[in-house]
Design a protein around this ligand. Structure first.
Ligand code: SF4
Length: 348
């Protein structure tokens, strides 16, 4: 896959853009006043594989979250700030790794300059996060609504305010709850600038629908080589966002790990393949081996249909088969099928 080459930025030791691996982001959703709860969730997200973590900084008191989280984890931390430029300055002073702020929303040029200068001095990139629900009135009127062109124009407007002060360590996001508008907006931006792009569908929905929209929106852009870092937004535990993001990257071969294939079952299936496939997926969730594992419902067609898989199982009528590249290597009792598969994978 040819990726669009963007500027390379450093966010607390994690590179974004310039061909760096696509990083996975998420955001804490514990109330900002609860320091202990935020630290606990940050640790959970780090364990789950989150690579860049955002925290809302709604007031001065919440700036204390920054040292508390940074002390407890090693994930680069992003401060999410709306309107109050002093919170950006305080966050930089508190050791934040990146700021998410829209310069057009913080008032006078002096304030924008103060934020740009502080971020430059400390090597802190800024993400401009444009959202279909909060576009500037003039831009909405010009484009007749939150279109892709409107999203892109708004992002470029905010970026120009930082460029005025020679600040270019910028990441852009142009999120829309409409997948088609989001895809088009990012494509437009990738044609007119070389800033790294943070991909996401905003207000994507509950776990199932949010994952579908994100897989289509984020996935189609990544497939076209557009995008440098991603966040799957779900109305769910943010740990689920990490699993979803990893699955999207794995499905596109942008992250190594197990690729699982399993058949849809049919009238020839004589084992509880749905439960077996779920168990295999769960037990391989942390496996980093770059292999394809097949879980097939019948011995007659399974090994042949999944001959591309490095290893697989097929079952039925009390006996299970283990096969490699379509060739049967072992027969095992059906109740030992998953354990035997795991032993084989261990030995690979
Ligand atoms: S592998 Fe066997 S059980 Fe599964 S769909 Fe194909 S024929 Fe049916």
């Amino acid at each position: 896959m040819n990726r669009k080459l963007t500027r390379k930025l450093n966010v607390g030791g994690v590179a974004i853009g310039g061909g760096s691996p696509i990083s996975i982001q998420s955001m804490l959703n514990v109330p900002a006043a609860d320091v202990v709860g935020n630290v606990r969730q940050a640790r959970e997200l780090e364990t789950a594989g989150c690579e860049i973590l955002r925290v809302a900084i709604p007031n001065r008191q919440s700036v204390r979250l920054i040292p508390a989280i940074k002390e407890a984890t090693t994930i680069p931390l992003v401060a999410d700030i709306h309107f109050d430029y002093r919170l950006a300055l305080d966050s930089v002073a508190a050791g934040i790794d990146k700021i998410r702020i829209n310069p057009g929303n913080i008032g006078s040029d002096d304030r924008v300059k103060a934020v740009a200068d502080a971020c430059r001095l400390h090597g802190v990139p800024i993400r401009i996060g444009v959202n279909s629900g909060s576009l500037e009135k003039e831009i909405l009127a010009k484009h007749g609504g939150p279109t892709a062109e409107a999203l892109c124009e708004s992002a470029m407007y905010h970026a120009s305010l930082l460029e005025k002060y020679d600040f270019n360590d910028i990441v852009l996001s142009m999120k829309s709850s409409r997948v088609d508008a989001m895809i088009e907006a990012y494509e437009l931006a990738s044609q007119v600038c070389d800033y790294p792009l943070h991909l996401g569908v905003t207000e994507a929905g509950t776990e199932r629908m949010g994952l579908i929209k994100s897989a289509i929106g984020i996935g189609s852009l990544l497939q076209r080589g557009v995008g440098d870092t991603i966040r799957v937004s779900l109305t769910a535990d943010p740990v689920r966002e990490i699993a979803a993001a990893m699955d999207i990257l794995r499905a596109l071969n942008l992250r190594s790990g197990v690729q699982m294939v399993s058949c849809p079952t049919c009238g020839r299936t004589n084992i509880d393949l749905i439960a077996i496939a779920d168990e295999v997926e769960r037990r391989l969730a942390c496996c980093k081996k770059p292999i394809t594992v097949a879980v097939m419902g019948c011995a007659v067609n399974g090994p042949g249909e999944a001959r591309e898989a490095d290893i697989g199982i097929a079952g039925g009528n009390g006996v299970g088969l283990i096969f490699r590249k379509g060739e049967i290597v072992r027969r095992v009792p059906e109740d030992r099928l998953v354990d035997s598969l795991m032993e084989e994978i261990e030995s690979l």
